[in-house]
Design a protein around this ligand. Sequence first.
Ligand code: NDP
Length: 373
Amino acid sequence: MNSRRDFLQKLAVSAAAMPFMPLISAASRRSILSATYEGQVLRVAIMGLGSYGTRVAEAMQSCKRAKLVGVISGTPAKITAWQAKYNIPEKNCYNYENFDRIKDNPDIDAVYVITPNALHHDQVIRVAKAGKHVICEKPMAVNAREGQEMVDACRHNKVKLLVGYRMHFEPKTLEVIRMRKNGEFGKVLFFQGQCGFRIGDPTQWRLNRQLAGGGAMMDIGIYAINGSRYMVGEDPIWVTAQETKTDKVKFKEGVDETIQFQLGFPSGAVASCLSTYNMNNLDRFFLNGEKGFAEMQPSTGYGPIKGRTHKGELTQPHMTHQTVQMDEMAGIILEGKQPIVPVDGEEGVKDLKIIDAIYAACKTGRKQELKLA
Ligand code: NDP
């Protein structure tokens, strides 16, 4: 799909369902739109030049509305390498001690925080105090109280806070959401979300409670939580959960290996989910309603996402998730665009309230009532 005609044809049939031209390849999008786009560009600094930060930076090269212009890192050698690769001027480079000075830098609009989970809270609040918009990776914090403090700090400092929920812009996911809103599944009855992978290196921060805030639930189970909400289209009102641990050396106290949890929704729909660091090939969503179903596998990986419904295969083409996400987030921050599924701080806090309740349910063995509003 490389020609302008193909693009226009595709756009004509799909414009109503898609938030911002997500149905074409990154290359054709870049070539078609760079010629026409004259709007404001969101100038972004990435904080934390690790594995996911690197992926986001590469994806941003294909963005039209967002541009990588700065870095915040504790590793000088990475800063030098990124400066050379992305043409980043010295004045836009910071470390964790001095990044509050970003306040005085008029050439940076937003900071994307992509560091270990437990650091997000303080870093986001510092960025907010510096008067810059913030995009924060999931989980936005390690509990709902911290998440709420981040929301409050951003509101107080009049900056926007978005959470890196890339699936909220993914075309096949959005098609299932459109079908559900359109009543094509009938009354939704059941959702199943299975998310996990077998984690390696026992010394990594993901297995250190101080930095990760938990275990698989914080990292990968959150996709099943968040997915259950956007697939069912409601916020849950109760949760039950059960934890199992096969390796107490690798998964220390407070670092969950495997948790099964169940959610109940106001309509009567229920969800049954699995979060684990101990199984591969676990990336599957299933939604069942009175009139039909949707199943996606893989459902939240970097893609291509694959899926089908009772009406047939989902055929929306793959686009690099982080490219679409950053272009869409630029629209949200700069123009106040409303995404189909929210990506604001309040959305992140809702998931953290559910995580808090899941951990409480595991500990007490009791059903937990949820009040997310
Ligand atoms: P990495 O370990 O690969 O990178 C984290 C980076 O954070 C480091 O490279 C380092 O960068 C910086 N950092 C600052 N302080 C510390 C510290 N005390 N220990 C370790 N690193 C530190 O992690 P990921 O990039 O995989 O994950 C980062 C965040 O992104 C997490 O919150 C994770 O949940 C999220 N994520 C989201 C994904 C998504 O699909 N939305 C996918 C993967 C991760 P520097 O050297 O520049 O300071």
